[in-house]
Design a protein around this ligand. Structure first.
Ligand code: IPE
Ligand code: IPE
Ligand code: MG
Length: 245
């Protein structure tokens, strides 16, 4: 059972697709007199609580979490290695639990630069959970939105060269269909923790009309009550999609 009161939310107006820029692990560690890696470890616990609540609520069909950006390679080798070690540990620890909860796991991002063993774990976990239907957990690893759009453009050119697509037929759907996870494009709610007011190259195409909630809470302190708060905020918004109000 959850430690939050889920009846505070309107079950018919839950966002179908929630994405989170999980930021602030380093600042949380500093605040607590710990090194940055301890902050990332603590952040993994938040991944668990947030996934659990989304699953419990039922209406949220997809949760996308930004775990490692194409720009995060600019960090020290030690921190980058620690982040990938943590991802591997997370997969090993959580995969059975996710599977039992009927959650499908998917990864989005480029594979170059990732260790073969980690890639195998990622592929195995996708394979094991591919028939699960309750919710999809997308983990963005070595993900950059601009790279994703560049890769989609290349796929379009390939299809034109092979004669399966005509230039005149290219539309928004043609690009959406060639993103890393074409089946989960529309984003209803983007949450960013730790107060930064920027997108940091995350899902730029998909969040054209998503609601954005930024909280000052550092990611390791973001648990079920904080997610409830963000969902209440989402439900208080009026979405127009360009129509008259
Ligand atoms: C987010 O926390 C985790 C990753 C980007 C991998 P940070 O490590 O960016 O934490 P801050 O922003 O330095 O506090
Ligand atoms: C965004 O956070 C990337 C992830 C959460 C994985 P960063 O901490 O890397 O973003 P910037 O550098 O502050 O924009
Ligand atoms: Mg950061």
């Amino acid at each position: 059972m959850s430690e939050v009161n889920v009846t505070e939310l309107d079950p018919d107006r839950l966002p179908e697709h929630v994405a989170i820029i999980m930021d602030g692990n380093g600042r949380w560690a500093k605040q607590n007199g710990l090194n940055r890696v301890r902050g990332h470890e603590a952040g993994a616990k938040s991944v668990r609580s947030v996934t659990e609540l989304c699953r419990e609520l039922g209406g949220i069909k997809t949760l996308s979490l930004y775990a490692f950006s194409t720009e995060n390679w600019r960090r020290s080798n030690a921190e980058v290695s620690a982040l990938f070690a943590l991802l591997s540990k997370y997969i090993k620890l959580e995969i059975n639990n996710l599977h039992n909860e009927n959650i499908r796991i998917k990864f989005m991002g480029r594979t170059d630069g990732l260790a073969k063993a980690l890639l195998a774990e990622m592929r195995d976990s996708e394979e094991k959970t591919k028939h699960n239907t309750a919710m999809t957990l997308n983990l963005a690893v070595n993900y950059g939105s601009r790279s994703e759009i560049v890769d989609a453009c290349k796929a379009i050119v390939d299809d034109i060269e092979q004669g399966v697509l005509a230039k005149g037929d290219i539309d928004e759907q043609s690009i959406s269909d060639r993103l890393y996870l074409p089946e989960t494009q529309e984003l209803d709610l983007l949450i960013r923790t730790s107060g930064e007011l920027r997108l940091s190259n995350f899902m730029l195409w998909q969040l054209s009309y998503s609601e954005i909630v930024v909280t000052d809470t550092y990611w390791p302190d973001f648990h079920k009550p904080q997610l409830m708060e963000a969902l209440r905020e989402y439900q208080s918004r009026k979405r127009n999609f360009g129509a008259r109000t």
